[in-house]
Design a protein around this ligand. Structure first.
Ligand code: SDX
Length: 431
């Protein structure tokens, strides 16, 4: 008689001969169910050992869906290709936060709420003056976003959804202002204050590049930047989003939680990769040097920055769209000479067994930096642009975490590998 298929896992512990049946739900077993598997009553019970969370679902989320093998990315079910082509960044930010595309009335309210909060307290300027002129923009971003929390003590009241909305609006509104002010500080330029007669992207670009109130907007470049921000808006449980969720789970205010996301994104293995790609292309110098560089990577000396991904084991769908956008930008700005090296690097890598075997393809960071550079953003500023794009994702995930009844303060376990109990040794007796 065929066994009835059941959504359970039967486990036999060969240390005791005991059997256990664990329910399977949504492709997972509950890790805490393993704790019943013990060798005796003193036993704490089994845990899973999963450094870097290679195979652990830390939450249930309705925000972003990724299929790494098929190269699929959807925000709240909408394919990224359609959102990049048809939506504005604020529409996508609303979709991520609220779960639905906004009606015109909802978008108008969302846009006006954000416009109302674009100014930052001028003390932030004094705070910025404390940084050296050559401070890394991401280091300044981490500090200033966290400092914002000191201006809004009410933000600690994270139990109140209306208060959480106001703080999320403030962050959406002030993050571009901070990002622009950081750039102006680095350049020793006077600050261009927000202009509410401009749209979200236009205002940001104006605060960045306007000199004496004069800045002729380039609509093609602004739309290209908007598409890049849309493509960066969320990416389920990546390193920086996991940081925001984990830090936010202590019920700290959202400014402090988001600053932990900025810090995680700063790393060259994560958002810092777009800056590292340009440094890599500069190091390679010209196409003739590519084979030698690839050989070094295959010998384990460094990585092909902008390649590889924990989830995508195929071409990152965002990289495809960014590569397409690059041509629209270069039509306006002139071809970035480094594109040739990047294209040749990609061609060679995609034919090389080392990269094929490891399923290493260009990711979101491989081409984005070439576009930012063509748009006159300095290389060390690229990851700030990634953060401006990722902010709505961090905020949506933070909101979802706080509303999730399964969630509580994040506090993983460990396997202890240190010494057994021992007595204190007076300093005279130490060797
Ligand atoms: C982002 O998670 C997200 O969603 C992130 C992100 C988002 O939107 O939030 O998509 C944004 O961070 C994109 C990734 C940007 N980072 C880079 O481009 C840096 C270069 N790439 C990597 O370092 C790496 O691919 C990671 C960090 C992206 C993923 O690392 P994993 O999944 O931990 O893989 P791994 O380091 O275990 O590598 C597996 C193998 C290793 O070889 P072996 O030890 O098995 O021989 O692949 C090799 C690695 O050495 N490898 C690379 C490589 N990436 C992995 N070898 C050369 N060049 C690379 N880029």
């Amino acid at each position: 008689m065929a066994l009835m298929a059941k959504d359970t896992l039967s486990i036999t512990d060969n240390r005791t001969g005991k059997s256990y049946e664990l329910p399977i739900a949504e492709g997972t077993i509950k890790a805490v169910d393993l704790r019943n598997i013990k060798v005796d009553d003193d036993d704490f019970g089994l845990m899973t050992y999963d450094p870097a969370f290679m195979n652990t679902a830390a939450c249930r989320s309705a925000i972003t869906f990724i299929d790494g093998d098929r190269g699929i990315l959807r925000y709240r079910g909408y394919p990224i290709e359609q959102l990049a082509e048809k939506a504005t960044f604020l529409e996508v930010a609303y979709l991520l936060a609220e779960g639905e595309l906004p009606t015109q009335a909802q978008l108008d309210k969302w846009t006006n709420d954000i416009k109302y909060h674009t100014y930052v307290h001028t003390n932030i300027i004094k705070f910025l003056e404390g940084f050296r002129y050559d401070a890394h923009p991401m280091g300044m971003m981490v500090g200033t976003v966290a400092a914002l929390s000191t201006f809004y003590p009410a933000a600690k009241n994270i139990a109140d959804p209306a208060n959480r909305y106001v703080q999320r609006i403030r962050l959406m509104a002030k993050f571009p202002t901070l990002a622009a002010f950081i750039f102006r500080h680095s350049r020793g330029l006077p600050y261009e204050f927000p202009r509410n007669d401009l749209d979200y992207i236009g205002n940001y670009v104006n605060m960045m590049f306007s000199i004496g109130g004069l800045h002729k907007p380039n609509k093609v470049l602004q739309r290209a930047l908007e598409i890049l921000l849309i493509l960066h808006a969320d990416h389920e449980q990546n390193c920086s989003t996991s940081a925001v969720r984990s830090v936010g789970s202590s019920h700290v205010d959202p400014y402090s939680a988001v600053s932990s996301g900025v810090a995680a994104l700063y790393g060259p293995l994560h958002g810092g990769a777009n800056e590292a790609v340009l440094e890599m292309l500069d190091e390679i110098g010209d196409k003739k040097q590519i084979p030698a560089f690839i050989a070094k990577v295959k010998a384990g000396e460094g990585r092909l920055m902008g390649f590889g991904h924990r989830v995508y084991k195929s071409y990152d769908p965002r990289a495809k769209l960014i590569k397409k956008t690059a041509y629209d930008v270069f039509a306006e700005t002139g071809l970035n000479p480094k594109l040739e090296i990047a294209l040749e690097l990609e061609r060679i890598a995609l034919e090389d067994e080392y990269f094929i075997k490891r399923k290493l393809y260009p990711n979101v960071d491989f081409y984005s930096g070439l576009i930012y550079q063509a748009m006159s953003y300095p290389t060390d500023y690229f990851t700030v642009l990634f953060a401006v794009g990722r902010l709505p994702g961090w905020l949506a995930q933070w909101e979802e975490m706080l509303s999730d009844k399964d969630q509580k303060i994040a506090r993983p376990r460990q396997i202890y590998t240190g010494p057994a109990a021992r007595d204190f040794v007076p300093i005279v007796a130490r060797k």
